[in-house]
Structures are given as C-alpha cells and as structure tokens.
Design a protein around this ligand. Structure first.
Ligand code: ADP
Ligand code: MG
Length: 284
C-alpha cells in the first residue's frame, strides 16, 4: 500500500495561499458566460455548476466551444465580466485548477524527462525561485506512482505513447495538488487498453474527490463512463445524466444533420454521414 497521497491532504500548511477560496461555495460556478472571438461567438450564455468530486463529460461537434470553455475556466483566457467563479472567486491564478491541453497542441520534442514535467506542477505551486526539496521529489514520485509511471520517470517525453503522455499530465496536475482538472480530449487517438488505463486513473481521482471535466468526441464513452454530460454547441444544449441528455432530438439539436444519432435502450450509436452516402448529403 502506498501512503495517502498529499494531493488533498490539507492538514499540511499550504505552500502558497489558495486564491480567495470562499467557504461553502461550489468548486465551479459559471453564470451566463459568453465568449466572442473576432470570428464569431464561441460560447453563449452558458450557466452550470460542478459538484466536488464529480466527473463530467463535455461533448459537442468540432468548434462547439469546448476548448474555449476549459481555457476560460482555467484562467488561461479571460472572459467578459466575472461569470466564472472557482470556490467563489475569479479563476485567474487559482493553483487548484489544472488545464491539461490536447496532446496535439504540445511540442513533444522539447527536451524534458517525465519527472521534469511532473516537477513543473510543484514549481507552479511553490514558485520558480526555489530548488525542489525532498518533499517536492516525494510528491512527484507519488504522483507518478498514482498514474502507474514510476518506472518512466527518467524517460524523455518524446519517447512516450499517447496514453503515457496523458497520464504524465495527470501526474503533473496531482503534483500541483489540483482539485479541479480540465482535460481536453484526453481519449482522442488512444487505443482501448490505453483508454482503460486512463479510466482507472480517473477512478483513483474520483476516490480522492478530485473534480474532473473531460472534453471528448466519443458519445459512447461519455454515456457509459461519466456521472453527468454536458452537450455543447456554442450554447448549452443539454446537461444531466447521460440518459437525460443523450436523446435523439437533443443530440440532433447539437449535431444538426452532420451525424445521424440512434438511441436505443440508453445505447448511443452515432453514424457519421458527412463523408458518404449515395444521395450525397450536402453541408455547404
Ligand atoms: P472545440 O474545442 O469544441 O472544437 P473551440 O473552443 O476550439 O471548440 O472553438 C470554438 C469556436 O471558436 C470555433 O468556431 C473556433 O473556430 C473559434 N476559435 C477558437 N479559438 C479561436 C481563436 N484563438 N481565435 C479565433 N477564433 C477561435
Ligand atoms: Mg477543442
């Protein structure tokens, strides 16, 4: 048995004050969030709350605003007004949130080892102008154990498989002691065994009351493995249990005629009809 992970051990003095956590407030509360790029509106009037420890899937077609939503919540991008609250305060600078980018957006040729990257989670927490302490090294080691990568600590990041890359990001978020993890398309491009490994890490996170939001494409995975699902297409089309949200008419509202959705006894099948078909569907 490994020792309890320090990630949610609040009996230790905080290394850096958590920014304005207001007791009794939701881990995340989004109210009427609207985000516009020059090219158009990415998110419109989005409102929802997350409960501590829940695992929510965010699904919707390409360009629906999933990544934008995560970046706003993480404070990577600024929203108009103060429509996003994390523990009752503005998201910017919250050390308790970790944004895990899409793997395709990362320069994997950057010369770094797995433990270098995971240690970045400590650096974020305790500041740059300090050498890692033994306690930091121990936390990094525990984080790697949690994601089953203790034997890969010295490996260069460009030598990792997709599943290992994703689990390394989770280890970094654990080292940061994040309480809310926003994972952008972590399952995309992973084979089934790697997806299963990732889910077993997500189960561990759940047992530690870490709150997780996952953007994903695969409606079947969302339906089978998540507590709640959010169906997004610029607007919030549906939010609730998979059984509530994954109804044919709701899905068609989000995806339009780009896909054909079949729902049968809570099983969701998606038939992509954008590329083929003798009658030549047109989506111009
Ligand atoms: P998703 O992650 O669901 O695919 P995004 O949040 O990436 O959606 O994009 C939502 C919309 O905002 C899309 O129409 C996209 O083209 C646009 N968009 C995303 N990022 C930018 C940006 N940096 N500048 C301008 N438009 C953007
Ligand atoms: Mg995206």
């Amino acid at each position: 048995m490994t020792a309890p992970h320090p990630q949610i051990n609040h009996t230790q003095p905080p290394l850096k004050a958590d920014h304005g956590h207001i007791p009794g407030t939701a881990i995340l509360k989004v109210t009427n969030l609207t985000v516009r790029y020059e090219s158009g509106t990415a998110l419109e009037q989005i409102s929802f709350e997350l409960n501590t420890g829940e695992r929510m899937a965010v699904v919707g077609p390409n360009g629906a605003g999933k990544s934008t939503l995560f970046k706003i919540i993480a404070g990577v991008m600024k929203s108009e007004g103060s429509s996003v609250k994390v523990f009752g305060a503005e998201p910017r600078g919250h050390i308790c949130i970790a944004y895990l980018p899409q793997r395709s957006q990362v320069d994997w040729n950057f010369p770094a080892s797995v433990s270098d990257v995971v240690m970045m989670g400590r650096t974020r927490r305790v500041g740059y102008l300090r050498w890692p302490s033994n306690a930091d090294r121990e936390i990094v080691k525990n984080a790697l154990e949690t994601v089953g990568m203790q034997d890969l600590a010295a490996r260069q990041i460009n030598q990792l498989s997709g599943g290992q890359q994703q689990r390394m990001f989770i280890a970094r978020a654990l080292a940061q002691e994040a309480e809310l993890m926003l994972m952008d398309e972590p399952f995309t491009g992973l084979d089934t065994p790697s997806q299963d490994e990732l889910f077993s890490v997500l189960d561990t996170l759940r047992s530690r009351k870490v709150t997780v939001m996952v953007a994903l494409h695969d409606l079947k995975l969302a339906a089978e493995r998540f507590d709640r699902v959010m169906l997004l297409n610029h607007r919030l089309v549906g939010l609730g249990t998979p059984a509530d949200v994954f109804r044919e008419e709701t899905l068609n509202q989000a995806y339009g005629d780009h896909i054909q959705v079949l729902v049968h006894e809570q099983q969701v099948s998606v038939i992509d009809d954008t590329c083929c078909g003798e009658d030549g569907h047109s989506h111009a």
